[in-house]
Design a protein around this ligand. Structure first.
Ligand SMILES: [Fe+2]
Length: 395
C-alpha cells in the first residue's frame, strides 16, 4: 500500500473469558449480541472496556449464564501520520549503533579525508579511524536491525563518509552471518569498511566530483583509489592483512574483470568479496542528488541479474536472507492481529522477519518498552499481510 492511504483494520475473533481482562484495555467491542435463554446479555457494539468497568465481575456473571467465550471486533484506523510516526519512532529507538558513535565516525572519516587531501595526515589519524571500525563491529554483531539502521544516517549530507560507515556496518554484519563466531574477521571487515575508499582522497577532485560519465583515462585514475587506499593504510600503521584486503579488493569481481588485480573467485580474499556486496548495495540504495534511492528488493535484483558475475553468490544470498521477504521498514500485520515494522531477519527463513511491535493483539498501541518479535523463533505466529511498504526506509 502506498504511503498516503489510510489502513483500516477490522478483526473479528472469539475470546475466552480468561482473556477479557487483557482485551478490555484495548479497543474491542462486542461483535454480536451475546444471548442466553433469550435474554441479550451483551448487546452488539458495546465497548469491552466500559463493560468491564460497569459490570462487577463480568467474567463470573457470564459464566453463571453459561457463556464461556464472546465474539469481539477490533477495529482501528491508521492514517499516514500514524504510520509515519511509528516509522520515525522505530527509527529513533531502534539503534543498533549509538547515534553519537555514528556521528563521531562520520566526522572522523571526513577529517581524515581532508588531512590526506591537504597532505597533513598522520599515521595515528588512520589507525584511529581503523580502531573506530572495531568499535562499530562490537555494536553490529548478529543484529539484523542493522539493515533498518543503515537508513538512519542516510539523511546526512556527507555521502562518502556515511557510505564508509554503512559499508563498515553492513560488511561487519554480513561477515558475522557468514562466519558466526569469527569476531576478528568481523572486526577487520568493519575496519576495512571504514577505510575502503580512503584512496579517493588522492584522486583529483575534478575527477571525483565530475558529473556524468568519466572518460576512459579519467576512469583509469579513479580505479587507482583501491591501490592508493591500501598504500595509505599500510603506510600508516594498519598491518591487518584482512583490512588491507578489503581496501585493495573491494572492486574485484567474482568472475573476473574487476580491479585493481583482476582476480577471480576464491583468489579474491573473502573480505574483499563481502565488501564488494556491501559497497554496491549501499550505493544503489542510497539517495543521491542525481538519483532517488532504489528499493531494497530492486537493488538485490539488480545485483543478481544486471551485475551477474560481480559478486560471490554466497555473500548475496546472506544479504538476501538477512533482508527477508519483508524488507526493513515494511509495516506488517501478524496472524494474531498485532501490527509491527519488519526490521530484518535473523534466521534463514525469508518469511519470518524480526518485527518491532507497534500495536498488540488487543489493538493497543505499544508504548514504552520496545518489543521485537523474532518470528523465526515464534511458533504459530506469522505475517498475515503487508499493510504498508514505503521506499522511505527501503535502503
Ligand atoms: Fe571504492
Amino acid at each position: 500500500m502506498p504511503l498516503g492511504k489510510v489502513v483500516e483494520r477490522t478483526t473479528k475473533r472469539r475470546i475466552s473469558l480468561g482473556e477479557l481482562k487483557e482485551y478490555s484495555k484495548g479497543i474491542a467491542t462486542v461483535a454480536e449480541d451475546v444471548i442466553s435463554n433469550g435474554t441479550v446479555l451483551l448487546p452488539r457494539g458495546t465497548e469491552l472496556a466500559s463493560l468491564m468497568s460497569s459490570v462487577e465481575n463480568l467474567e463470573n456473571t457470564l459464566r453463571h449464564w453459561g457463556i464461556f467465550s464472546i465474539p469481539i471486533t477490533l477495529s482501528n484506523k491508521l492514517d499516514v501520520n500514524d504510520l509515519e510516526h511509528m516509522l520515525k519512532t522505530a527509527e529513533a529507538n531502534l539503534s543498533v549503533i549509538d547515534p553519537q558513535l555514528a556521528r563521531e565516525t562520520v566526522t572522523q572519516v571526513s577529517n581524515v579525508y581532508e588531512r590526506i587531501t591537504s597532505g597533513v595526515c598522520k599515521p595515528e589519524d588512520i589507525s584511529h579511524l581503523a580502531e573506530q571500525g572495531r568499535n562499530l563491529a562490537k555494536e553490529v554483531a548478529e543484529a539484523p536491525q542493522v539493515m533498518f539502521c543503515l537508513g538512519q544516517v542516510r539523511s546526512w549530507d556527507e555521502y562518502t563518509y556515511v557510505h564508509s560507515l554503512n559499508v563498515a556496518l553492513l560488511g561487519g554484519f554480513l561477515a558475522s552471518r557468514l562466519f558466526p563466531g569469527q569476531v576478528e574477521l568481523m572486526e577487520s571487515m568493519s575496519m576495512g569498511g571504514i577505510l575502503h575508499d580512503l584512496g579517493k582522497a588522492r584522486v583529483p577532485q575534478e575527477i571525483l566530483n565530475k558529473p556524468g560519465r568519466l572518460a576512459p583515462e579519467e576512469f583509469e585514475i579513479m580505479k587507482k583509489h583501491a591501490i592508493y587506499g591500501a598504500e595509505l593504510a599500510a603506510e600508516n600503521s594498519v598491518t591487518d592483512e584482512r583490512v588491507l584486503a578489503v581496501v585493495r579488493g573491494h572492486h574485484e569481481r567474482f568472475m573476473g574483470g574487476g580491479y585493481p588485480d583482476g582476480l577471480v573467485k576464491d583468489n579474491i580474499p573473502i573480505e574483499a568479496r563481502i565488501a564488494a556486496v556491501a559497497d554496491v548495495f549501499d550505493a544503489l540504495t542510497a539517495q543521491r542528488v542525481y538519483k532517488p534511492p532504489i528499493e531494497t528488493r530492486s537493488a538485490i535484483s539488480i545485483m543478481l541479474e544486471n551485475m551477474d558475475g560481480h559478486f560471490d553468490p554466497q555473500v548475496v544470498r546472506i544479504l538476501l536472507t538477512s533482508l527477508g521477504l519483508y524488507p526493513p521498514g515494511t509495516m506488517v500485520e501478524l496472524s494474531d492481529g498485532s501490527i509491527g515494522i519488519a526490521v530484518g531477519a535473523r534466521g534463514n527463513d525469508l518469511l519470518r522477519p524480526e518485527v518491532l511491535l507497534q500495536i498488540d493483539r488487543t489493538g493497543r498501541k505499544v508504548s514504552g518498552d520496545m518489543r521485537i518479535i523474532d518470528l523465526s523463533m515464534t511458533e504459530g505466529l506469522f505475517v498475515e499481510r503487508t499493510l504498508h511498504s514505503t521506499g522511505k526506509f527501503a535502503f
